[in-house]
Structures are given as C-alpha cells and as structure tokens.
Ligand binder design. Structure first.
Ligand SMILES: Cc1cc2nc3c(=O)[nH]c(=O)nc-3n(C[C@H](O)[C@H](O)[C@H](O)COP(=O)(O)OP(=O)(O)OC[C@H]3O[C@@H](n4cnc5c(N)ncnc54)[C@H](O)[C@@H]3O)c2cc1C
Length: 424
C-alpha cells in the first residue's frame, strides 16, 4: 500500500502529526515500535500527563532554553492555547496547576492518550504497533518511504520523523532517528542530558548527611569560576545519595553540563540561598532578635523556625557553632557566619546522571536546517521532523510536550499538504 504520509513514532509529536495530517485529508500510517502509543507522555508530570502550560507564549519560549526562539513562527500557527482547545474538543477537560502547568481534570495520563488514540481512529489513521522502522529511504532528493526492521518497504509521499531523543530508552526513544537525519544531510548538534539529577563527590553527599532532605522554594545557582551566577532557579530541591535533584536542580543541570565543558574543569560550584526573600542584613537582624527573645534556648531550637532542623544542624556545623549553645551567648560574628551559610552555601558538583536517566535530550537535528513554519527539512523534499529529535529542549513543566505537540501539528499538516499536492 502507498501512503501519502508515514509518521514514525507514537509519542506526543507523532500522534499530533498523524492527526494533523489526517485532518487535511491525507491517507496516513503511524508506525510505532513499541506495543503502546504515548508511553513517555503517560509518565510525564509524575504520571498525570502534563499536556501543556498556560503561561503567555513569551514565557513559554523563555522556559525552552534550547532554541525556544525557533518556535516563535510555529506558535504563530499553533500554540499552547490551541493545544488546550484541541484537547477540550477531544473531550479532555484540563485544569491549571502551579507555574501554569496544565493537567487533565481526571489526573489520569491514560485519558489523554486514549483521547488521541480515539481521534486517530475517527480520522481513519492506520496504526502499526510493534513495528520498528529500520531506515528512511531517499531517492533523487526526496523521501520515498521507510524500510521496516522486518525488511518490508512502505512507500510514502512524505515521511514525518517523530522518534524522540535518547533519554529513558525503555519508553522506546533510543535515538534511532539521528542516523536517518544524517543520511539526508542534516547536522546533529551534540547530544547531552538535560533535566537530569546532578552528581557531587562532596564528602557531605558521599556520606549521605542530607540524603532525602527537601528544601522548599530555594534559589539554587550554578556559579562561574569567579563566583558569579551563570543561572539561578528558585524552586524546590532535594539532596540524594549521589547529589541533588528536584525541580531547581533539574533546571540547573544543563548549565552544569555546559559549564563543565566550557571551563574544562572536573567540578563546578553551586550555591543555595535557602532564604531568598531576606537579604543578609535583614536575616542577621531577625536572628539576633530571635536570640534576644529566647536567650536560654539552644540555638538549634531557635533557628528551627527558619529552616528544616536537619539543614539547620548542617549549617551550624559548617559555621563551627555548637548547636547546644544558648542563643543569648552567640556572638554576632557567629550569627553572621551562619547567615552567610543560609544565603550562600557553596558546594561542588562533578557531573550529572547519564543521558538515559535524563528527562530530556539536549541537542539533536539542527533547527537551522528546518523550515520554522512547516517543520520541513530544508535539505530533503518530503521529509519532516518534530518533537524531541529536534535540537529543542525545555524545562519540565509541560514545555517539552508543548514543543512536541506544536511541531508535531505543523509537521503533520504540512507533510499532508505536500503529499496531497502530488496527487495526479
Ligand atoms: C519521566 C519523564 C517525565 C517528563 N515530564 C515532563 C514534563 O513534566 N513536562 C515536559 O514538558 N516534558 C516532560 N518530559 C519530556 C517529554 O515527555 C518528552 O519531551 C516528549 O515525550 C517528547 O515527545 P516526542 O514525541 O518527541 O518523543 P517520545 O515521546 O520519546 O516518542 C517517540 C516515540 O517514537 C517511537 N520510536 C522510536 N524509534 C522508533 C523506530 N525506529 N520505529 C518506530 N517507532 C520508534 C518510540 O517508541 C516512542 O513511542 C518527561 C520525560 C520523562 C522521561
């Protein structure tokens, strides 16, 4: 059978591409190597499926530090509000949570995946599961179809590559598409882990002193060798047995990767401002006041109002203060040392967990070689790319999924228009 559009990959970008192409009236085949569609989508947002984000487009772009600006043209065609309307049309009501994150009201990822599958069915998209694609075929400067691992060749007028990146390969994203893009002449920018936990060889990490401790709403920074911040993210974080994790650490991770590379060092400094709403002087005055109020109480108990007890004890030790010291006996100099630790606890990190463990793959098919409104290859007629295979990466919070759905929509619609223009 000859298809007008073959979409490879049943993640959010491929599902959206197949739906977009079928809506235009093309006959479409969606090929997925796994036994289920939307596996990674189903585990996103803690398993509740963080379908998009409701912040203004300008903010969405800011939260996609990896080539977010490339998406301006795409967003002028189809954006996050269109995604919300699209899901509502499919009967999936969405609700907004913190930081603009949108989830299905059912809190069930399955309801999102099922709605997309139903729409594929309604539009008569052929779907082949358990069907790995081995290669994309080109002839005379055009994409002409795909060869399956079984050896079968499927003719196509347009091919949409939506196979994702290389992270969490057990969901099916094993990086198969990069070779097909290179074969068409595309550049693959260096792949790296992003939105990934950070590792550290610091003794307090190795000794698991703070393992399992979460800090809420801290300002976490990655520092240049001169101590100035490269980036600061204010969110929650978590100490683990190998380093740090949690939203603030995930957001900082790509800057750690880049700084290690840029400075050629084996470690990068990071710092935690655990009380970002107060400056050092305000905090000093406040602690001095607390000590005056309850001079006989042990300092560790006085400071418990500020931060979790485990962190207070840790910072007291760093400040060479005996935690049992009566608050009234604490010298101002010592209070200032403790304040410094609260505002600027600095430690070294040495890397991140590998790409396979990252939420998102950084790098990919260079966006310079992709038409920004069509997601068409500038190098090969009839070839389209969408989703995480592109050199686009955002923070978690629905930004990657938004990029996948938007680029998927444009790739599908334009692949169909191209294929249908070849009808005789
Ligand atoms: C645990 C986790 C949580 C996440 N949370 C968030 C979040 O909260 N917000 C956010 O924005 N992003 C999040 N992400 C990232 C987001 O899920 C991805 O960016 C998004 O799924 C990418 O969509 P995609 O369609 O490009 O690729 P994928 O979802 O990776 O789908 C690619 C599909 O292609 C198939 N495929 C691959 N190779 C072949 C082949 N040779 N033949 C046939 N099929 C093939 C795969 O089996 C897979 O189904 C999270 C990721 C993970 C792992």
């Amino acid at each position: 059978m000859i298809y007008e559009v073959v979409v490879i990959g049943g993640g959010p970008s491929g599902l959206m591409a197949a739906i977009g192409a079928a809506e235009q009236g093309a006959n479409v085949l969606l090929i997925e190597k796994g036994s289920k569609l939307g596996r990674k989508l189903a585990i996103s947002g803690g398993g509740r499926c963080n379908v998009t984000n409701r912040l203004p487009v300008e903010e969405i772009i800011k939260h996609i530090p990896g080539n977010g600006r490339f998406l301006y043209s795409a967003f002028s065609e189809f954006n996050n509000e269109d995604i919300i309307r699209f899901f509502e049309r499919l009967g999936v009501q969405l609700k907004e949570e913190d930081h603009g994150r949108m989830f299905p009201v059912t809190d069930s990822a399955q309801s999102v995946v099922q709605a997309l599958v139903n729409e594929l069915r309604r539009l008569h998209v052929d779907v082949r599961l358990n069907t790995p694609v081995a290669d994309v075929e080109y002839a005379h400067g055009k994409a002409i179809g795909v060869t399956l691992k079984s050896g079968e060749f499927i003719d196509a007028k347009a091919v949409v590559v939506a196979v994702g990146g290389k992270s969490v390969p057990q969901t099916g994203s094993t990086g198969d598409g990069y070779a097909w893009a290179e074969k068409a002449g595309h550049t693959i920018t260096e792949l790296f882990p992003t939105e990934v936990p950070i590792t550290s060889n610091e003794p307090f990490i190795q000794e698991r002193t703070l393992q399992g401790l979460s800090l809420r709403d801290v300002a976490l920074s990655v520092l240049k060798p001169n101590g100035k911040p490269i980036i600061t993210h204010r969110m929650d974080m978590l100490f683990t047995h190998f380093g740090i994790s949690g939203p603030a650490a995930l957001r900082c991770s790509q800057f750690v990767v880049k700084a290690l590379k840029k400075y050629g060092t084996n470690s990068v400094a990071m710092s935690i401002d655990s009380l970002p709403d107060q400056n050092k002087e305000e905090l000093f005055q406040y602690i001095a006041h607390l000590c005056k109020e309850e001079p006989k109480k042990a300092i560790k108990n006085v400071l418990k109002v500020l931060l979790p007890e485990r962190y207070v004890l840790f910072l007291l030790e760093r400040s060479n203060i005996d935690p049992q010291t009566p608050a009234g006996m604490l010298a101002h100099e010592k209070i200032r040392t403790f304040v410094h630790q609260c505002k600027q606890f600095t430690f070294h990190v040495h890397g991140t967990l590998p790409l396979e463990k990252a939420f998102v793959t950084g790098g990919g098919v260079s966006v310079k070689e992709i038409h920004p409104k069509k997601m068409a290859s500038k190098l090969m007629e009839g070839l389209y790319f969408c989703g995480e295979i592109l050199d686009i990466h955002g923070y978690t919070g629905g930004y990657n999924i938004t990029a996948a759905l938007v680029t998927g929509r444009l790739a599908g619609v334009n692949a169909a228009l191209h294929a249908m223009s070849l009808r005789t």
